[in-house]
Design a protein around this ligand. Structure first.
Ligand SMILES: [Zn+2]
Length: 391
């Protein structure tokens, strides 16, 4: 049950509809209106800060354009076009995004098409995803992702063909600032003399880095930070947070949905670490071997990063217990429960055992880093802690 903290499924969306986008109501209706009035410009620049939703908006907009049975405010979700869009396999929807050689894709002239299945997963899992998450997903290591000249050439080739199923062909170009100059100039040619019935949507976080000539060809669409109220609502409804936690996270996230997701998972981790550390210390204190074994086994199933984070959390609690002996003020607690536990636990931490206790946790961290067997590491550590917190 405890592992639910880590394996809780992400809020999973299949296709990005306007209705799935957090806030941005004015923009949504403006975009819907252009389609309804048949005034879709051939080039758009959606730009805004991380986590505001420029990419999901572009995806929803393209979905609405390609839907063959459009509703008043959204794509129908059931026509053949929507069906293909839900898997990001619509033949008239093209994606361009930064890539580079990876260990699994090593050839020259690498283009977005070489990573289409990864890209689909990326969009399906978190359409608000950030560039570094994309680079991690394709395992780019320290390399930079770029959009190269070959990409622009291929795109021109594809767009020369007639659309397959829809009246329109739509190109979503994510992070166009990653184009080199040559690629930008080729794109510029496409924007200047667009193939018929083709719509380009550039999605940028840093529009200042784009060529002015490219920018001047596009209708600018500024995607602002998500409003406080709308972000709070999303945290309450999509993520089922309680009111207090939703408001706390909204305040720290300042309109950035990605930041909010990071904060949720950080606070889940802290909560997990607290509960497990408290449980472990109680079993150590009781010298309950079956409980210690059970907990060691559970902790061993965590990823190495999570194991380390647990142990580092334990070190922090030990430091705070010691600080309490000196009436140190200014300790920051995550919750009342954490504060209560720390003050109850503090009497068992003293000048005699603090150093060996700290050593045991540090040794466990080193063992985890060395990829030692987690069950043995945690069991060994817990038995030693149990002996040390006797008095
Ligand atoms: Zn449809």
């Amino acid at each position: 049950m405890a592992l639910a903290y880590f394996y809780k499924p992400q809020h999973c969306i299949s296709h990005m509809f306007f209705s799935e986008i957090i806030g941005q109501e004015i923009l949504k209706s403006r975009l819907v209106q252009t389609v309804k009035e048949n005034r879709i410009s051939h080039a758009w620049l959606f730009f805004g800060p991380e986590g505001a939703g420029a990419l999901p908006l572009a995806v929803a907009f393209s979905g609405y354009i390609l839907c063959t049975n459009r509703g008043e405010t959204d794509a129908c979700g059931t026509c053949a076009g929507c069906n293909k869009n839900s898997k990001y396999i619509h033949p008239d929807l093209h994606f361009v995004f930064p890539v580079n050689k990876t260990r699994s894709v090593e050839k020259d002239n690498i283009v977005s098409d070489d990573f289409m299945s990864e890209w689909r997963n990326f969009l399906l899992k978190n359409p608000y995803g950030r560039l570094t998450q994309w680079f991690d997903l394709i395992d780019l290591e320290n390399k930079q992702g770029i959009i190269n000249t070959e990409e622009s050439k291929r795109l021109a080739g594809k767009l020369n063909l007639k659309s397959f199923e829809s009246d329109y062909k739509v190109v979503i170009l994510w992070q166009p600032e990653k184009m080199n100059d040559q690629a930008s100039n080729k794109l510029l040619k496409l924007l200047e003399e667009p193939p018929p019935m083709t719509i380009f949507i550039l999605v940028s976080e840093y529009p200042d880095q784009l060529l002015t000539t490219v920018k001047s060809r596009c209708i600018p669409v500024k995607v602002p930070r998500i409003s406080n109220k709308e972000l709070t609502d999303a945290l309450l409804n999509k993520h089922q947070l309680d009111q207090t936690r939703a408001i706390n996270i909204e305040r720290l996230a300042s309109g950035n949905y990605l930041k909010a997701i990071d904060l949720i998972s950080e606070s889940d981790d802290i909560r997990y670490n607290f509960e497990k550390f408290r449980e472990l210390m109680r079993s150590c204190f009781k010298k309950s071997i079956p409980e210690i074994i059970k907990l060691s086994e559970e902790l061993a199933t965590l990823t190495r990063e999570k194991q380390k984070s647990f142990l580092e959390y334990g070190l922090r609690i030990l430091r705070e217990c010691l600080a309490l002996h000196f009436n140190a003020t200014g300790i920051v607690y995550i919750s009342d429960e954490e504060q209560e536990f720390t003050s109850n636990f503090a009497p068992f931490i003293n000048g005699n055992n603090i150093v060996p206790l700290t050593n045991e946790l540090n040794k466990a961290i080193q063992d985890v880093e060395r990829n030692a067997n987690g069950r043995i590491v945690f069991l060994d550590m817990a038995l030693k802690l149990s002996a040390l917190i006797k008095n």
